[in-house]
Design a protein around this ligand. Structure first.
Ligand code: OOG
Ligand code: MG
Length: 266
């Protein structure tokens, strides 16, 4: 059983790194190490980010996960978590998304906020809205490093960086053109697969209001002695269950606030 030391956490982060880079799923860490808790899991996550930074990747975004009932039920887990996203994970959707090199990728519809001023304390929703200059539709592509996309416990998914793989951010809307943060809850989100509406949700499914995911990220970060910096995107979490990607699939997110976004998987 690993003690909660930096060395062991580095080893476990490397195990997840190898699973990702060889596209070979591993047994959930929590099965082998039942003492794995959320604090150690977040350390493993950050060790994994350090490995990415060693390769020249830069942290440019964060995500909240399990912020909707649909996702918590799909994954059978109950608490929101955060993940850390780098520039290399951003997918520009000018080219088809290549499924090769992935284990069992899934896509899910989200809303993202661009932070223009850092958060040094937990903001009110009004302050959170003020500190963001852009709001955009987003699609997250997940790819758990665990067999069967199944977890033993919540720390498993935290250590695996919330199953993060890639993400795309659509054309943003200026925040100051949105009169009231509360109206974001009313945005309708349609997730289409091959042109067929497959999942539909109001954005209120995400944390009650997707902006509240920004507040929740600040709470989690500040509780860990971290601040959310300026010039990053925050993905608020999926509004609906994630959809398993197959070659040839066309994935589109249509909303009542933003231009549609989507991609083609090959
Ligand atoms: C965990 C990631 C959850 C979201 O938006 O809820 C997430 C998972 O589904 O494996 O990114
Ligand atoms: Mg997500």
């Amino acid at each position: 059983m690993p003690k909660n030391t930096g060395r062991e956490n580095q080893t476990l982060a490397k195990r997840l790194w190898d699973a990702r880079t060889t596209a070979k799923a591993i047994t959930p860490l929590g099965k082998e190490f039942p003492s794995l808790d959320a604090a150690q899991a977040y350390d493993i996550l950050w060790e994994g980010i350090r490995l990415r930074e060693d390769q020249g990747e830069q942290v440019v975004a964060y995500k909240m996960g399990l912020t909707s009932r649909a996702k918590r039920e799909q994954m059978n887990l109950k608490d929101p978590i955060y993940g850390v996203l780098t520039d290399k994970m951003e997918y520009d959707y000018e080219h088809p998304f290549d499924l090769r090199g992935h284990i069992h990728p899934k896509a899910e519809p989200e809303i993202a906020f661009h932070v223009s001023r850092s958060f040094t304390s937990v903001p009110t929703p009004e302050e959170a809205f003020e500190n963001c200059d852009l709001v955009a539709p987003a699609i997250e592509i997940l790819d758990s490093r665990y067999e069967g996309f199944k977890y033993f416990s919540l720390p498993d998914v935290i250590a695996d960086n919330g199953s993060s793989s890639s993400y795309l951010i659509g054309e943003p809307t200026r925040r100051d053109l949105i009169p009231d943060w509360r109206s974001l809850a009313e945005v309708k989100m349609d997730f289409l697969i091959d042109g067929t509406p497959t999942h539909h949700a109001l954005a209120s499914e995400i944390s009650g209001n997707p902006l509240l995911s920004v507040v929740a990220l600040c709470e989690l970060f500040l509780s860990q002695g971290r601040t959310v910096p300026a010039n990053v995107w925050i993905l608020a979490g999926a509004a609906t269950p994630a959809v398993a990607l197959k070659s040839g699939m066309e994935v589109t997110l249509k909303t009542t606030l933003f231009s549609p976004i989507g991609f083609h998987a090959k």
